[in-house]
Write a protein that binds this ligand. Structure first.
Ligand code: ADP
Ligand code: MG
Length: 225
């Protein structure tokens, strides 16, 4: 679906929260790689999708009422085969039996990469602000993040990437480096998107896995108005 159609559906349903699969469809439309936006409506469909994707896969709860999926038991990683998918599917449906469930997302398990986070919030005086940092312990313990008011130039993005403490991890550490050009492209696309759609109040890609070649958004949420 078009980005606009996804926003309109949320507004019609009186929601400001866009679920992961909706966000990822928007991101894919912008040429940003994600772990996909398939949603299964039954256990058999989840198995069929998993068989097509190839194992291991991930199941995640899809519900307008669940913003933090892991905290409530809504993420099952590294499912190695059909039996594991069936078991995880049933467990998840049971966990959320008193909640409004849209379905269960089925995704390929992304290869490990350097974890980054990308966020946008709207500041009452400065307007939209882009945040970039490294994920996991870097962001939680060291608060290793950097901010710029949008829109940003390629130069601004270059500076953002260089000024985080974890930059050596990106640039190359024991011969491993991440694709910095692809990371810059991702940040520019997010900047352009936010400038084009003022109805997006908040955006959160957490995590994005960065690879020696390319990157992939593993989780995404947005709030619209
Ligand atoms: P939430 O942030 O709502 O709890 P996420 O979708 O971010 O849920 O999933 C939690 C964690 O599980 C992620 O930070 C990531 O480490 C891992 N994860 C989620 N989806 C995948 C995937 N498709 N491939 C690999 N790891 C994943
Ligand atoms: Mg997340």
């Amino acid at each position: 679906a078009e980005c606009r159609a996804i926003f309109e559906q949320a507004i019609r349903e009186n929601r400001t929260y866009l679920m992961e699969h909706e966000c990822k469809e928007i991101l894919e439309n912008m040429g940003i790689a994600t772990t996909g936006f398939l949603v299964a409506g039954s256990e058999d469909e989840a198995v069929e999708m998993s068989n097509k994707l190839g194992y291991p896969v991930v199941l995640k709860i899809v519900s307008p009422d669940v913003v933090h999926k892991t905290d409530s038991g809504g993420v099952k990683l590294n499912l190695a085969g059909e039996d594991a998918v069936r078991q995880a599917y049933r467990a998840m449906v049971d966990t959320f039996k008193y909640q409004h469930i849209i379905g269960i997302a089925v995704q390929k398990m992304a290869a490990p990469g350097v974890e980054a986070i990308v966020g946008v919030t709207r500041d009452p005086s400065f307007g939209p602000v882009l945040m970039f940092g490294l994920g996991g312990i870097f962001v939680e313990v060291l608060k290793d993040v950097t901010f710029r008011v949008l829109p940003v130039t390629a130069q601004d993005i270059d500076e953002m990437i260089r000024e985080i403490k974890g930059y050596p991890l990106l640039k190359g550490y024991r011969g491993k480096a991440v694709d910095i050009d692809a990371l810059k492209t991702l940040l520019l696309k997010i900047s352009d998107f936010i400038m084009a759609f003022p109805e997006v109040r908040e955006l959160d890609l957490n995590p994005v896995f960065l690879y020696p070649s390319g990157n992939v958004a593993v989780d995404a949420r947005m709030f619209v108005s």
